[in-house]
Design a protein around this ligand. Structure first.
Ligand code: SAM
Ligand code: SF4
Length: 484
């Protein structure tokens, strides 16, 4: 899959960033941009059932949840006879799976759509669709502004893609931005059984009830919903049968998961009993939902990896209150101390928003202080972007140049911490799950338990292997090692 970046910030699959770029697209089949770890070139590995050889080009914007959704959409359309293509030029259907978290997201989609005009003119049978959160937010407006769009589907309705595609094929406009009663996961076709790469995302929770003052998620993804644990377990077992050894559980607020009687930790503990599944990760979490047993699991569940993305957003209590975060800098720091108490080597990651309405230099300094106190191995930082319909959008904004300057200072600090954490790995032994060949001959690349990219030159390891590696060098965004 390919994705394009958000400039100037850092996020697990979203927004601007040095380590991340995310509002921009990935395409199914081409591999590419970083969403905390490369995404499997899924479509090249999963031959979809084919009735007629129609070609599907999906471009994915945003976070890991969109990556997962794109996989499921491709599988669903696979049952309509579509196979993936990595270029829009020869596609029978182009689907943009969009993200609305950032400013100008919709405008970017409109200009992207404009680029497909010559293809549509040359091939009137080409169907063009918009999915994801921009589809949800803009709805019929998309077809009004870009009449060449045949299909618009929101993130909760994509199980209805077969009907929508058929409607579009009949020459009708197909629009579905409902929050349907039925659970889309129960109505999606069974996942294909073909072999796939060793890592996979698995969405277990969607939507959010927290209503942070800056965030569109509660509006575009709806209320918080958790998938029943037994369904998640079934999907996980299928993935393991297909060669997956590491699963990242996904949710906009994944630690609010309640599809298991004991919440997310109960699900993780059950998953950890699955033979063949070696590693479990989860993202993204809210500090207020870090329950005791989830903290304990970081200490006693061997398969739960020592990496935690726990966004704090700001170090200023005044700003946290204005953001409606319902935690303070101090409560966050205490929480981190508790988690590190059970897992001292935990590599911690966070999201930060800089220039939130009302942020003064002193508030920003409090954020820098928090970063110094906590120490992050990874982080994503964004300049605040007003999202229409959210409470913060009504408030006076911080001067843009000032916010830019603060963002640069924060990123400089985070980059230093990230480099220090990476450099500190030199000389240590880590376990690497190898995912793919590297750029150089004989090279294999994978991830350590701390989510660092590690490359070795060795013919002793193959894709899907877990191997002990001694780190010998810290290079720009990865570590070099030797198999031991
Ligand atoms: N649920 C997670 C949490 O509570 O922290 C975050 C999920 S949100 C989809 C991903 C990140 O995007 C947020 O943590 C925040 O830093 C960033 N973000 C969301 N809305 C934003 C906005 N309006 N401006 C800038 N960054 C934003
Ligand atoms: Fe958005 Fe996360 Fe806040 Fe929910 S908890 S509103 S997803 S930032």
């Amino acid at each position: 899959m390919r994705r394009e970046g958000r400039q100037g910030a850092l996020w697990p699959g979203l927004l601007q960033g040095s380590r991340h770029d995310g509002a921009g697209p990935r395409t199914l089949a081409s591999g590419g941009g970083r969403c905390r770890g490369p995404v499997d070139p899924f479509m090249s590995e999963v031959p979809l059932e084919m009735t007629t050889p129609k070609k599907l080009f999906i471009k994915t914007y945003g976070c890991q949840m969109n990556v997962y959704d794109s996989e499921r959409m491709a599988e669903t359309l696979g049952q309509q006879g579509y196979v993936a293509t990595d270029t829009a030029n020869d596609a029978d259907m182009i689907l943009l799976n969009t993200c609305h978290i950032r400013e100008k997201a919709a405008e970017k989609i409109y200009s992207e759509l404009g680029r497909y005009r010559p293809l549509k003119d040359a091939n009137p049978d080409l169907k063009i669709g918009v999915a994801g959160c921009v589809a949800q937010a803009e709805g019929a407006e998309i077809m009004a502004r870009q009449p060449m769009v045949d299909l618009v589907v929101g993130p909760q309705s994509y199980h209805r893609l077969p009907e929508l595609e058929a409607k579009a094929r009949r020459g009708e406009k197909a629009l579905d931005t409902d929050f349907p009663e039925e659970d889309k996961f129960e109505h999606l076709a069974a996942r294909p059984k073909a072999k796939r790469g060793p890592t996979a995302f698995l969405t277990v929770q969607e939507g959010c009830d927290k209503f942070c003052a800056f965030c569109v998620v509660p509006y575009t993804r709806g209320a918080e919903v958790s998938r029943p644990a037994e369904r998640v377990m079934g999907e996980a077992r299928d993935l393991v049968e297909r060669g997956v050894r590491e699963i990242t559980l996904l949710g906009q607020n994944v630690n609010a998961y309640h599809g298991h009687a004991r919440g997310l930790s109960g699900l993780i503990r059950d998953l950890a009993t699955a033979d063949g599944l070696e590693r479990i990760r989860f993202t993204t979490s809210h500090p207020n939902d870090m329950q005791d047993d989830l903290i304990a699991a970081h200490g006693d569940c061997e398969k739960l990896m020592p990496y935690l993305h726990l966004p704090v957003q700001s170090g200023s209590d005044k700003i946290l209150k204005a953001m409606n975060r319902k935690h303070t800098a101090e409560s966050y720091i205490k929480l981190i101390e508790r988690i590190r108490g059970v897992r001292p080597d935990l590599l911690l990651s966070s999201d930060f928003i800089v220039g939130f309405p009302g942020e003064t230099e002193a508030d920003f300094q409090a954020t820098l202080d928090l970063v110094e106190t906590v120490g992050y191995g990874q982080a994503y930082s964004f300049k605040y972007s007003a999202r229409p319909g959210t409470p913060a959008a009504e408030r006076a904004e911080v001067d843009g140049a000032e916010a830019d300057e603060r963002l640069q200072r924060l990123q400089a600090l985070l980059t230093r911490q990230q480099k220090a954490a990476q450099d500190a790995m030199v000389g240590r032994e880590v376990t690497v799950l190898f995912e793919k060949p590297g750029r150089l001959p004989g090279q294999m690349v994978g991830k350590s338990e701390y989510l660092h990219a590690v490359h070795v030159t060795s013919d002793a390891v193959a894709r899907g292997d877990l191997a002990k590696v001694r780190i010998v060098e810290s290079v720009r965004n990865s570590l070099a090692g030797v198999v031991v």
